[in-house]
Design a binder for this molecule. Sequence first.
Ligand SMILES: [Fe+2]
Length: 354
Amino acid sequence: MLFEQLRAGGCLSYVAGCEKTCAGVIVDPALDLVDRYVALTVEKGLRVRYVIDSHTHADHFSAARELARQLGARIVMHRRSAAPFADMRVDDGELLVVGELRVGVIHTPGHTDDSMCLVLPDRVLTGDTLLIGATGRTDLPTGDPEALHESLFGKLLGLDDALRVFPAHDYKGRESSTLGAEKSSNPRLQKKERAAFVELMRGLDLAMPDHLTEALRTNRTGGKTVKQLIAEAAREVPFMGMDEVRARIEREDRELVLLDVRERDAFEAGHLPGARHVPRGQLELRVDQELPDPTVRVLAYCQYGKISTLAAATLRTMGYSRAVALDGGIDVWTKAGYPLEKGPARAYSPTRIP
Ligand SMILES: [Fe+2]
């Protein structure tokens, strides 16, 4: 069996495959690592059949949809998952056939109601049901400490003690454990009695994960993250560096139109010398009036360089084929002591339409 563990911060994901047939599976992929999974499967010569999320993640962004699209794989989740994009829904006691490899499904609700553990020949991918020295939390949507107690003591811990445990999270750089080691030393598993375990879980008082609502929004619906939207826009536009823009301002380059897409207050407090102003929210509706020549060379900028990337991509979509974005935002420009102008936008006279 081919087996690779990949780490993105505290998130662990897995690529496993059958060496004989080259069929593979990816489990709990993180969106930040999309290129690494694709590169790894190419390097290992794997044809990925399934991308599996062990549950609906609330703390990071799943790459299941993106990988399934890029690799032509099917997205597998538990029957209880809310995700409308799952291609195959599985349930307790079922197997996924990956070449000669068998991936066994155990439904282990508790951390979420759609949590699964995945059993491979000598190991178990425990998702967030069982972590090294801990368990998944049960205080996020669909979490249930009583269900987690049953999933652990009634199901998972009944498997062979020698099975290696590979969780979906570890924040201390550890790679794996075994079921036997967890049974004997995991503090939460010492609370074998249901009421004591539930009391422990209810008393944890953990901080909410970063990006909770965005993660649930995107992982449950298949929608895009903000970072994805900006990255997709960034692939569509060229950028111009600050030094280049500054040099063009200093030599009074009339060819390049500087377009500030921030709100009016921000514009008036300080903008690039000679810049025009169209807030991002009004861009599509006002652009024909402000930039009647679609062949104009226009540079969009904003405070931090994100909104301007979206704006430049929108301009390109609308036919401004020479639109570019500032590499960075006026925030960095200002800190660098580069020239600024204050006050309202100048009355604008449209350029001649060629
Ligand atoms: Fe989780």
